[in-house]
Write a protein of this length. Sequence first.
Length: 133
Amino acid sequence: MQTVVLDACALIAYMRNEKGALMVRKHIDDPQKKLIIHGVNFYEVYYDTLKQQPALANLLWEFAARINLDVYEQFDFMLMQEGATLKLHYKMSLADSIALGLALKLNATLLTADRHEFGEIAKGKLVKVKFIR
């Protein structure tokens, strides 16, 4: 089974049926994929939903369960080290560094739309990055 870490933008694109939503859907529908999002990135999705569609925000946990998306709630020392080191070396937000750190920790693919933040990383062999658009 392949583990896939979703960045907030990938989940938001899926929920809004934006460009790239179909690729996210393919990962959701694939029984060979285990989907995970870090709690910090899920917070970003919640915040965005709260701004755009407040009535739907409190349904996000049920939605995550329905699409078999695990919310990774741990923030251990190893993840903190990975995230901070990545943020130090690459220009990215704190939340993006956590998503990337989680992908590294789990030896997973990172699913994102953020080419600006992850484009340089995708060129290397640090972690597999898959862009949805």
